[in-house]
Design a binder for this molecule. Structure first.
Ligand code: TXA
Ligand code: MG
Length: 334
């Protein structure tokens, strides 16, 4: 007798009825794949340790990698974290939005959420459907990106189903993610020494301006592996396609034209000249917001296309370039 195949997750449109059903499911301890403006997340009631444990099992994520807790209101911030004036200032300016703050946690946050750390990562997401779901659930929701551990983050509901479809039951459809890269993470445990842990759409410069002080990042001085000890989930190898990815400072169209068709060439902007079917770009005009939005979906598509190798080039400039290069560096690590 053939073994019965596990049913695959159902994708729900965001109707009032569906949202009410998904909110009840979350309150009952189930997992739901949710859209956010950055990437799709895998949500559970952050105050329910048994529900949060299922997140780690579904993703194959090590228990040493803490989760981000998503909130609907500043009341919920005070429930789970101990904010300082700098945090409130940034919350006022950038929330709802793609900024995660690391703050001392309160006792209601289960140890499994923070991987045993005395701090918690908090963010107020902007996606309207996720906000409605948060409001209906009336609980803070823990949610990492909804991908198998180490793989490319999902920016559509279909990406979530492709990776986790046989491990979870429910996904909320919210369209392709607006920004396409995970939130900026800022360590504000000590507001006198804010530290960037993960670059994202909100740039380090914008945060420094808002706080009126410079913000440290590892830059060239601290290796990503040393950094991983401060923020346990920031592993050097991450966001990785199965196809080897080689990162270049710049790609030359001439090399792409000479290479075998079994190697893919991923430019930031559309190169000018003779194009072949192994030549790709992230944004026709090289706009970095557009490039960030397309990056993960393009890497997934190339990973599924049977190429032997993917060549990619670094982005140059400020703002999103730092975030794009961070993800490409990790994706290329072996
Ligand atoms: O945009 C995002 O942030 C998405 C969406 C779903 O909100 N979420 C996301 O979660 O990217 P995840 O789990 O893939 O990355 C969260 C990272 C962890 O890997 C860890 O490095 C850091 O946040 N983190 C969480 N709690 C922390 C803590 N208490 N101290 C330091 N770093 C922490
Ligand atoms: Mg992730």
């Amino acid at each position: 007798m053939p073994t019965p195949r596990k049913p695959t997750a159902r994708i729900f449109r965001g109707t009032p009825r569906n949202l009410a059903f998904l909110a009840r499911s979350l309150r009952a301890g189930d997992l739901v794949g949710v859209p956010t403006e950055t990437v799709y997340g895998l949500a559970a009631d952050a105050l329910n340790p048994i529900a949060c444990k299922k997140i780690f099992a579904a993703k194959g994520r090590p228990a040493t990698d803490p989760l981000i807790v998503h909130i609907h209101s500043l009341d919920q911030l005070a429930q789970i974290a101990i904010p300082n004036p700098a945090a409130l200032k940034l919350a006022k300016k950038f929330w709802p939005g793609p900024l995660t703050l690391i703050l001392p946690k309160t006792d209601v946050v289960p140890a499994i959420v923070s991987a045993g750390l005395p701090s918690v990562a908090v963010r107020m997401p902007a996606h309207p459907l996720f906000r409605r779901l948060l409001k209906l659930t009336a609980r803070p929701l823990a949610a990492p990106s909804a991908n198998l551990f180490g793989y490319i983050s999902p920016t559509t509901a279909e990406h979530v189903r492709a990776g986790l479809g046989r491990r979870i039951s429910y996904i909320l459809e919210g369209g392709p993610a607006d920004l396409g890269l995970e939130s900026t993470i800022l360590d504000l445990r000590n507001p006198a020494r804010p530290r960037l842990l993960r670059p994202g759409s909100i740039s380090r410069e914008a945060l420094a301006r808002a706080l009126g002080r410079p913000i440290a990042w590892r830059g060239r001085h601290v290796s990503p592996s040393a950094e991983a000890q401060i923020s346990p989930g920031l592993l050097l190898r991450h966001y990785s396609p199965r196809t080897p990815l080689v990162l270049h400072q710049r790609l030359a169209l001439s090399s792409a034209q000479l290479s075998g068709l079994d190697e893919a060439w991923l430019f930031i902007a559309r190169p000018r000249g003779r194009l072949r079917k192994n030549i790709f770009w992230l944004d026709a005009r090289g706009d970095l917001r557009g490039a960030a939005k397309r990056l993960f979906a393009q890497l997934r598509a190339l990973d599924g296309a049977g190429f032997r190798r993917i060549h990619a080039e670094r982005a140059s400039g400020e703002g999103p370039a730092e975030a794009i290069n961070d993800r490409l560096t990790r994706a290329s690590a072996r």
